[in-house]
Design a protein around this ligand. Structure first.
Ligand SMILES: Nc1ncnc2c1ncn2[C@@H]1O[C@H](COP(=O)(O)OP(=O)(O)OP(=O)(O)O)[C@@H](O)[C@H]1O
Ligand SMILES: [Mg+2]
Length: 256
């Protein structure tokens, strides 16, 4: 059997002397979408950062395509990093305000030497189409975009190096409620395209339940439940999961 794309084993992270991730383990197959849900402060962003090696775990292992990701260096680390991309919650802070959309999207392509210059604009326009944006945004700066457009640009930038894994950390939380559903559709479309695996992190079960194959529930830094999305919602086993389901129903009612 092939090794899963990503294997996280007994991952522990300490922040300020406190254990904020406690022996987290899961595996993610190529093309699979795993939801990570949990209340604020449960450790979701810490998990995202530790998986991408943006912070050092105190203990545990991360395997990427069967290899010890925490031990990779040099060219191998750069190659693995290119395959793992992240979209953060707030495009206002993740996009450089001085750059145009064109240069924001050109950068990852040029850095990774993926494109010769004559093909660059075509590739950028194709990326924009993937996130339902047209050529009119090409020469705008981030402040000339709506919040939803800016988040689409951040998503396009993450997709530029053709990653195998996309980590979306609350990628829908900062966009206006009226366009959250459109953005969720976009993630749904990506999920079925090619072989992109996704860690879809959210405090809100509403979108996670429809966008993910399986869902892991985090509470105080530990996974308390991990199941197929449909069965987790239908037959939750843990009180934390029940509370998240109740909260999702509540916000659904409020939206009506
Ligand atoms: N740099 C840090 N120093 C000390 N504690 C930290 C640091 N970063 C995070 N923490 C703590 O780690 C815990 C997990 O934080 P994390 O940001 O991963 O939560 P989260 O689930 O992403 O929350 P949210 O839904 O609000 O984004 C929290 O208790 C937080 O206070
Ligand atoms: Mg967070």
């Amino acid at each position: 059997m092939n090794a899963p794309l990503l294997q996280v084993e007994d991952l522990c992270v300490h922040r300020g002397g406190v254990r904020v991730l406690d022996r987290v383990s899961f595996a993610l197959g190529a093309g699979e979408t795993l939801g990570i849900v949990g209340a604020s402060g449960s450790g979701k962003s810490t998990l995202a950062r530790a998986v991408l090696r943006l912070l050092e775990p105190a203990d545990g292992r991360v395997r990427w395509r069967g290899r010890d990701f925490l031990a990779l260096s040099g060219r191998e680390l750069r190659a693995a990093r290119r395959e793992m991309q992240i979209v953060f919650q707030d495009p206002a802070t993740s996009l450089d305000p001085r750059m145009t959309v064109f240069s924001i999207l050109a950068e990852p392509l040029v850095v990774h030497r993926l494109e010769r210059s004559h093909a660059l604009e075509e590739r950028i326009l194709a990326l924009l189409r993937e996130v339902d944006l047209g050529p009119e945004v090409l020469h705008r700066h981030p402040h000339e975009l709506s919040g939803g457009q800016a988040q689409r640009v951040a998503l396009a930038r993450a997709l530029a190096p053709s990653p195998a894994l996309l980590v979306a950390d609350e990628a829908l939380s900062a966009v206006d409620v009226s366009i959250q559903a459109q953005m969720a559709n976009l993630f749904g479309k990506l999920r079925h395209s090619a072989s992109l695996a996704c860690l879809f992190i959210s405090h809100d079960l509403r979108f996670t339940a429809v966008l993910c194959d399986r869902i892991a529930v985090l509470s105080r830094g530990a996974i308390v439940e991990l199941a197929e999305a449909a069965s987790l919602v239908r037959a939750p086993r843990h009180d934390v999961t029940r509370a998240l389901i109740a909260a999702a129903r509540e916000s659904e009612v409020q939206r009506r």
